[in-house]
Design a protein around this ligand. Structure first.
Ligand code: KG4
Ligand code: ZN
Length: 348
């Protein structure tokens, strides 16, 4: 009999519930996006997001069970994102998961959102070779991990300022491309010439796997201002393409440099920015030159979703790594922190 885990994800602006069997078969993955709600504000408004999660979550869970063709009584555990993320939003998912675990008398499993993003790769390849290098690139994170097996995340480098997704969102805003910025930049960049403008790429000091994107963002803003002052017409497509190439270039260069040092069995991408077609293509090309297998989840499993949460939950379930009903949400919950650790910070 399969182990059926209900995943719940409400850390930012997607309300999602999913049922995953044995950590690999996605029986359902329902995602109610709040993008239209936040668009008029040009970004996620935390209080508005929590309120919408509250309205959306119960119907989304109902739909996830219905699509999976099961009832509450068939569930073996409930896994929920407990951080990092927007505190109010996290709490909506967490309280719901606690209520379900209590009333159904099944285990509650707290999941680190970054670990969930990483585990989207296990939905694609449930039996990978380790170690794996994984770049988690999202709206809030740009973290490069060396993973020595489930639960063992060594943080090799991270952004010192803006996350890559944040840079996409901010540059899209100054270009007037709207929110969310990543998909808008990708679409606009498709019509542009990435070599038309040369934007700076920050590699930082020799040997570091840290990233920095605030200088690039400022360079784009300064370029636009200069061109406008000179009364020149701005070619948005060229700006988007050159910016996108500068971001993906640095990301892939750093992954490949780490691959040279750590000789991983494979490379994974995770997080919303991993949905970016240019990044996916560049990583695949560069890794193929070195014969390193690459796994990248399909775009729907890169951006926030509950299937990745349920998948991570399955591996905690196997270890009986359950959380007490006193589990709390932690807005800045870390993962890995530069050392080998099996802790996610949630279930202890
Ligand atoms: O993982 P995610 O859905 O939420 C967080 O955990 O932050 O990532 C959202 C981020 C946003 O910054 C969004 O602009 C970016 O991922 N993103 C993309 C693409 N799709 C989403 N960035 C570049 N290209 C895309 N196609
Ligand atoms: Zn995310």
């Amino acid at each position: 009999m399969s182990t059926l885990i209900l995943g719940i994800e409400t850390s930012c602006d997607e309300t999602s519930a999913a049922v995953v069997a044995d950590g690999e078969e996605i029986c359902s993955n329902v995602i109610a996006s709040q993008i239209d709600l936040h668009r008029k504000f040009g970004g996620v408004v935390p209080e508005v997001a929590s309120r919408r999660h509250l309205e959306a979550l119960n119907p989304v869970i109902g739909e996830a069970l219905e699509k999976a063709g099961i009832g509450f009584k068939d569930l073996h555990a409930v896994a929920v994102t407990c951080g990092p993320g927007l505190l109010g939003s996290l709490l909506v998912g967490l309280m719901t998961a606690k209520a379900l675990a209590y009333t159904l008398n099944i285990p509650l499993i707290g999941i680190n959102h970054l670990e969930a993003h990483i585990c989207a790769n296990l939905l694609v390849d449930p039996a990978p070779g380790f170690p794996v290098l994984c770049l988690v690139v999202s709206g809030g994170h740009t973290d490069l991990f060396l993973i020595n097996g489930f639960g063992h995340y060594r943080l090799l480098g991270r952004t010192r300022d803006d996350a890559a997704g944040e840079a996409f969102d901010k540059v899209a805003r100054v270009l007037g491309l709207g929110y969310p910025g990543g998909p808008a930049i990708q679409k606009t960049a498709a019509q542009g010439d990435p070599n038309a403008i040369e934007f700076p790429r920050a590699y930082l000091e020799e040997g570091t796997y840290d990233f920095s994107f605030s200088g690039l963002k400022t360079a784009v803003i300064n370029y636009l201002e200069r061109e406008r002052q000179k009364g020149r017409k701005i070619n948005e497509a060229d700006v988007a393409a050159a910016f996108q190439q500068a971001v993906t270039g640095v990301l892939v260069d750093k992954i490949m440099a780490a691959a040279e040092t750590y000789q991983p069995a494979g490379i994974w991408l995770a997080g919303g920015v991993a949905a970016n077609a240019a990044l996916r293509k560049e990583l695949q090309c560069r890794a193929a030159e070195r014969d390193i297998p690459v796994t990248i989840p399909p775009p729907v499993l890169c951006t926030d979703n509950a299937a990745m949460v349920a998948c991570a939950g399955y591996y905690h379930y196997l270890k009986q790594d359950f959380a007490p009903l006193t589990l709390n949400a932690v807005a800045n919950l870390p993962l890995g922190e530069g050392q080998e650790t099996g802790l996610t910070g949630c279930n202890q």
